[in-house]
Design a protein around this ligand. Structure first.
Ligand SMILES: [Mn+2]
Length: 296
């Protein structure tokens, strides 16, 4: 039986300096993502689009926090409702602050706080706190928030405290970060698979280790894909491109079939910026990620 996928939009870019990814989900809908997934044999339905108006076109980080919070509270509720309805959430962003809502909602609905594994594909560590972030951009902080450290407005979404335990979290594709966020994660013992290790050992070997971390001794696991983990040559439509990423082929092979794993809980795809895409290369990648995760 094929599961029903709920495509849940996160139309928010307030966690990033470049806000174009706020229009990522609506652009994917217009591009007929759901119809294309149906052609690939998957059942996918769009969930409700939530939009909150900003008071001004440009906001300081302090002004952005209430909006980032509202969007994530709404996302958390939509995700939890889908899990309760036995649909598989596929959250589509939107800036990567959305991880707060996605995994807050999944862990709450599953009753799996600190018992959910998470595999995080990204060029960056996203593990700043307001104490260490040079930019104060909230899309640079969701890993720390999920580990229980950050603005209280965000750490409380989905219930108080940490949602993910450090020993069941790993990050893959990392090649750009600041020292303070790196120390934050290594002090907690979070496993980081840098691009160097992927090049040396191959993506397949790395994925075996990642699954042992996320899917063993947990109530389930999820995947979050920041599209900037891929090389920008193949995924140009992102907010913060970073050279020397993993290839499209490697990334798709890594996640292939994981949706059929009995512990699979949810998929998140973040940072799609339609204004930077070229010939739909990146929207096609979003589709192919979903197809690869869920096809039999
Ligand atoms: Mn990210």
């Amino acid at each position: 039986m094929t599961p029903t996928l709920a495509l849940i939009p996160f139309s928010c870019g307030w966690g990033a300096k470049l806000r174009g990814c706020a229009d990522g989900p609506s652009s994917l809908k217009k591009w007929k993502l759901a119809e294309q997934l149906a052609e690939a044999g998957l059942t996918a339905e769009w969930d409700e689009f939530t939009r909150f108006d900003a008071p001004e076109k440009s906001l300081s980080p302090a002004q952005a926090l209430p909006l980032v919070t509202r969007y994530n509270v709404a996302l958390e509720q939509q995700v939890a409702a889908c899990v309760a309805a036995k649909k598989i959430p596929v959250t589509l962003g939107g800036d990567h602050s959305m991880a707060v809502g996605t995994w807050g909602g999944v862990t709450r609905a599953m009753g799996a706080r600190e018992k959910l594994g998470l595999i995080w594909f990204d060029a960056h560590l996203d593990a700043h706190t307001p104490r260490t972030s040079p930019s104060l951009a909230y899309h640079g902080m969701p890993v720390a928030v999920l580990l229980g450290d950050g603005a209280e407005e965000l750490t409380s979404i989905g219930g108080p405290g940490a949602k993910i335990a450090p020993q069941h979290l790993c990050l893959i594709g990392i090649r750009s970060f600041e020292e303070a966020e790196h120390r934050f994660l290594t002090d907690l013992g979070v496993r980081i698979f840098y691009m160097d290790e992927i090049k040396k050992r191959g993506m397949q070997a790395v994925m075996q280790d990642a699954l042992a971390i996320a899917a063993t001794g947990t109530d389930g696991f999820g995947i979050t894909v920041d599209l900037d983990g891929f090389d920008p040559y193949e995924a140009p439509g992102v907010g913060s491109p970073e050279g020397h990423g993993f290839s499209r082929a490697d990334g798709l092979a890594a996640i292939h079939g994981l949706g059929r794993h009995p512990g699979f809980a949810a998929l998140e795809i973040a940072e799609y910026n339609p204004y930077r895409d070229r010939n739909h290369a990146t929207s096609a990648l979003v589709r192919d990620i979903i197809v690869n995760v869920f096809e039999g």
